[in-house]
Design a protein around this ligand. Structure first.
Ligand SMILES: Cc1cc2nc3c(=O)[nH]c(=O)nc-3n(C[C@H](O)[C@H](O)[C@H](O)COP(=O)(O)OP(=O)(O)OC[C@H]3O[C@@H](n4cnc5c(N)ncnc54)[C@H](O)[C@@H]3O)c2cc1C
Length: 482
């Protein structure tokens, strides 16, 4: 009888009987794809073009029952298991080479309760799906800044964006999650049900089970907000970034101003002479009243002579997709990320020197302004511990030719090392690459031991290991909860 080779959790090669594969496929609503199926290559592709892995099987789940069947199948065969939400994580852990990939992209349903201001969201939904549905009611919850990112992975790692200073991180707005744990059971986690699991899900990534539905708190936002970009010449980077940093220290929570150092894209409001030249871009969103936003942001227009300004009343959901053209799927990417509690003049000088050596048109240094509501939550309140990060700096190595792999990666690593002495030493698991497993424990800091204890309770065999992995505690540390 024919059999299918696969990789176990320990990366040994074993065989699946064809009859077992066929019986499994009957349990999965969207079917199971093998390597010879049409659609296999599309289904295994993720956002980062450097990720080229071939699972043994892809289970296209359509509901919680499908997810239970897939988790039980993987556990029963000790099969390496990966979970794909939106497929955006830079490390590519959504795809298990030789293993079983749970593809949740068919579970994109969203239900808005405009009276309670809540959203129920499927694990395959993208940020743009949720923003579109919630904005139809003038509502939103804090999400990231690229509309094709998955809600699931973003939420489980923490989640921040333009609304974070005002309304907290995505996890601070998570009310409830339905989870299939490693034993195949369905559990509902909230402040009152499975509180340890709920704590761990809010920042602990995909370590504790497969979330099949999220429920979020929504807030009135827009639909028009004061938003846009101010672009300064690179020659003024030093004074502009220092003034921006000082401005951020006193900015109201409604206003978030980020800083991006890159070569200018051919934006229509920039002189053509600036296209392709290094620039400093200050993208901003004020999520309150438009006129109040205009007044609050006005000082940023006077930091020097801007090369171009594109600011004004803007649909919130539209601005959530403003960076999409720069972040299309399939490009080759290698990112490095540091958290900062302060940005000293020395840190800014190192950053500017690094931006003077950008290795390509698509590479950039991206600094998110955080703080506000995010920093008012205790670090122990959720698994995400980095509440002191007032800025997160991402070094985005992005290119298209595989021949440039080493050169661009080396630049990203050099920038990361150069700014590291000025950073907190902590990281954000949603931005860690596949060669940064050693940063997981430091990124969780004082919360790591509790995460290991919860991991031991819900996933003692580490079935969910294709992620920024939290290893199960070796001795029991927590009381069992109901
Ligand atoms: C272009 C771009 C822009 C970004 N911008 C932001 C930003 O503004 N703010 C921010 O906070 N982050 C941002 N991120 C990082 C983003 O939050 C992470 O990449 C996140 O993991 C993406 O989630 P996903 O579902 O798309 O990814 P996937 O690759 O599908 O999933 C990542 C991991 O999450 C786990 N996972 C996914 N779905 C589930 C589930 N249903 N149940 C259990 N585990 C699951 C798995 O371990 C999986 O390996 C950005 C990333 C990119 C590439």
């Amino acid at each position: 009888m024919p059999s299918l080779p696969y990789l176990t959790l320990d990366k040994d090669v074993r065989q699946l009987r064809q009859s077992d594969v066929e019986a499994f496929a009957l349990q999965i609503g969207g079917g199971v794809l093998g390597r010879n199926h049409p659609g296999f290559d599309d289904a295994r592709r993720v956002w980062n073009g450097t990720v080229d892995r071939r699972p043994a099987l892809i289970a296209r789940c359509l509901d919680t029952g499908d997810v239970q069947a897939a988790v039980r199948f993987a556990a029963g065969h000790r099969m390496l298991l990966s979970v794909r939400g939106g497929g955006h994580h830079i490390a590519g852990n959504a795809v298990a080479e030789g293993g079983l990939m749970l593809d949740l992209s068919g579970m994109r349903a969203i239900g808005i309760d405009a009276v309670r201001r809540t959203a129920r969201v499927g694990p395959g939904a993208l940020l743009g799906d949720l923003d579109r549905e919630a904005q139809a009611h003038g509502l939103a919850t804090p999400l990231g800044i690229n509309s094709t990112t998955g809600v699931a992975g973003l939420t489980l790692g923490g989640g921040f964006g333009w609304l974070t200073r005002r309304h907290g991180m995505t996890i601070d707005n998570l009310l409830r999650a339905t989870v299939v744990t490693a034993d195949g059971a369905v559990r509902v986690a909230s402040a009152t049900s499975q509180p340890d699991l709920f704590w761990a899900l809010r920042g602990g990534g995909g370590n504790f089970g497969v979330v099949t539905e999220f429920e979020f708190q929504l807030h009135p936002v827009g639909p028009e907000v004061y938003a846009g970009l101010i672009v300064y010449p690179f020659a003024r980077a030093r004074e502009v970034l220092r003034a921006w940093r000082d401005f951020t220290l006193g900015a109201p929570d409604e206003l978030s101003v980020w800083a991006v150092l890159r070569k200018a894209p051919p934006l229509p409001f920039l002189p053509t002479s600036a296209h392709g030249a290094e620039v400093v871009i200050l993208p901003l969103v004020h999520s309150g009243d438009v006129e109040t936003g205009r007044i609050a942001a006005a000082p940023l227009l006077q930091l020097g002579d801007p090369l171009g300004i594109a600011l004004g009343p803007t649909p919130y959901a539209g601005f959530q997709a403003a960076f999409d053209p720069l972040l299309v799927a399939g490009g080759r990417n290698y990112w490095k990320s540091n958290n900062f509690s302060t940005l000293t003049d020395a840190a800014l000088d190192v950053t500017i020197a690094s931006a003077a050596r950008l290795p390509g048109l698509e590479c950039e240094i991206f600094v998110a302004q955080l703080g506000g509501a995010m920093g008012r939550v205790k670090p122990s309140a959720t698994a995400f511990v980095g509440r002191d990060a007032r800025y997160i700096m991402n070094v985005h190595g992005r290119w298209s030719d595989a021949g440039d792999d080493d050169r661009v990666r080396a630049w990203a690593r050099q920038v990361f090392q150069a700014v590291a002495p000025h950073a907190t030493g902590s990281g954000y698991v949603n931005f860690l690459t596949d060669d940064e497993g050693e940063r997981v424990a430091t990124s969780y800091g004082a919360n790591y031991a509790r995460l290991q204890a919860v991991k031991r309770r819900f996933d003692p065999d580490n079935l969910f290991r294709m992620n920024l992995n939290i290893t199960p505690a070796t001795v029991p540390q927590l009381q069992a909860s109901p």
